[in-house]
Design a binder for this molecule. Structure first.
Ligand code: NMX
Ligand code: MLT
Length: 432
């Protein structure tokens, strides 16, 4: 797999270097003050090859939409969802893998899954009051002792081989994350009664197993969850953070720990758990499990009046319903009948968009991935929602770390944009 990756990526690396040399003066567009002051939206600043987000259509991984991936990527169970290893293969190599390729990658990950004892010790040393995402980020950072990249750099390896050690770190880290995540889950919510990995299970199935869930239904959900959260082009906070930190040649463990502290923010991945938290808050305040649309609308308006966001709705890029939401909605329609939280997620989809649309300033009133994921996990018995963002973090490693290996094989330079004091921007707009 590494050799196939090298063959494909090396061609792109040559193209990257050629463009840099021959076309550095090409103008890509203008930057407005509005873009600078609203989070650099829409400025084409990053090279990311794993996936591309279209505002109207949603995500494509190497050109494939989510329904296309569901149809084309290899499955273990023909009635189930594809295994995420197939998506990792696609993002690394650019081709839909055969069943054998995907299973080989799955076996490769299983051989890399050993987590050092000191990482468990680091987790155990933290108070249980530290959030699961704090434990997860610290655990990832603690595994930097294992970094092949750090060792290779210290040994003076030629920069043209940086990608090789980065690839090893990326694959090892991806392989280890399910064990780390499950360890945090069992420590926090099951009295530290840990479950060893089953080397015969796939990456997502093993995460479910180590968390304590062994049904085929849950494996199906975990495979879907791990695929749809795996990547969202390069500009989202976690991917961009890993790329930026990586541009200083920090090792992949540092890069991914930093990415996870970004994912832990409520405007990004914490929404994965905040949605269900907010939904329960609503049911409690309305004192019913089956609120009317009018009651839900009133509660949403109150959330806005209180100066809070409605979690799971809106997006920095998307301008329609997130296809990751739709994939989960279809999953629920197929496999779940009459569940309280799933029903509420469906009801919110009816009620929230017109309310957000009427505010005026909100660019996208439609749901994002987080509006549904919590209801599904909750339905299948994963009720500890302060853990959900850790699952997001396990999945996001696939795209972010595949991109980091690309960054290194392309020979991307240190990232260093320019900043100015506010007075400089004022002068540009209004003169002295
Ligand atoms: N509820 C209330 N207000 C909102 C919402 C929302 N769901 N979405 C946007 N706004 C506000 C936003 O806070 C901003 O207000 P102000 O001008 O007072 O600062 C205004 O509308 C314009 O924001 P936009 O340009 O539409 O959105 P922006 O790109 O700034 O933010 C999000 C995008 C995703 C951060 C924003 O929509 C949001 O906060 N959503 C809720 C949190 C959420 O679901 N995050 C998860 C994103 C997906 N993920 O998994 O990472
Ligand atoms: C993501 O999956 O990273 C979120 O939808 C946020 C984003 O794309 O900006």
């Amino acid at each position: 797999i590494k050799y196939r990756f090298y063959q494909k990526a090396n061609k792109c690396a040559k193209e990257f270097q050629r463009l840099k040399k021959e076309h550095a003066d090409v103008v890509l567009g203008e930057v407005t003050l509005g873009q600078v002051l609203t989070g650099m939206k829409g400025i084409p600043l990053l090279v990311t090859d794993t996936s591309k987000l279209d505002p109207a259509e949603g995500i494509r991984f190497k050109g494939y939409t989510i329904p296309e991936l569901q149809e084309k990527l290899p499955k273990i169970n023909p009635d189930g969802e594809p295994i995420p290893e197939g998506l990792l293969y696609l993002m690394l190599i650019g081709e839909i893998p055969s069943q054998e390729d995907a299973l080989n990658l799955s076996r490769d990950l299983a051989t890399r899954a050993h987590v050092p004892q000191h990482t468990f010790d680091v987790i155990d040393a933290m108070p249980k009051t530290s959030k699961p995402m704090t434990q997860f980020s610290a655990a990832i950072l603690s595994m930097a002792t294992e970094s092949s990249f750090q060792k290779a750099y210290r040994a003076g390896v030629n920069k043209k081989y940086y990608w090789d050690a980065t690839y090893e770190d990326a694959m090892n880290l991806i392989a280890r994350l399910p064990r780390v995540a499950a360890y945090i889950y069992r420590r926090q919510f099951h009295n530290s009664k840990h479950i060893e990995p089953n080397p015969h299970l796939d990456w997502a199935g093993n995460l479910a197993h180590m968390m304590g869930f062994d049904s085929e239904d849950i494996r199906r959900l975990f495979r879907l969850y791990m695929i749809i959260h795996a990547d969202h082009e390069g500009g989202n906070v976690s991917a961009h953070t890993a790329h930026l930190v990586g541009s200083a040649l920090s090792n992949p463990y540092y890069c991914y720990a930093a990415a996870m502290t970004g994912l832990a923010g409520p405007l990004h991945g914490l929404a994965n758990q905040d949605v269900i938290f907010w939904m329960f808050e609503m049911l409690e305040e309305l004192d019913t499990d089956t609120p009317t649309d009018e009651q839900v609308a009133e509660y949403c308006k109150k959330t806005l009046e209180d100066g809070r966001v409605i979690p799971g709705y809106g997006h920095a890029v998307l301008r329609k319903t997130d296809p990751r939401f739709t994939a989960q909605e279809e999953f629920a329609n197929k496999y779940i009948k009459d569940d309280k939280m799933v029903n509420l997620a469906n009801q919110l989809y009816r009620v929230v968009p017109p309310i957000l649309g009427s505010v005026g300033k909100i660019k996208n009133p439609w749901p994002n991935v987080d509006a549904y994921s919590g209801s599904l996990l909750y339905h299948y018995g994963i009720k500890e929602y302060s853990f959900y963002t850790v699952m997001f973090g396990v999945s996001r490693a696939l795209g972010v770390l595949a991109s980091l290996v690309n960054d290194r094989i392309y020979g991307m330079p240190i990232e260093r944009p320019t900043s100015h004091p506010l007075s400089w921007f004022k002068e540009q707009a209004e003169g002295k």
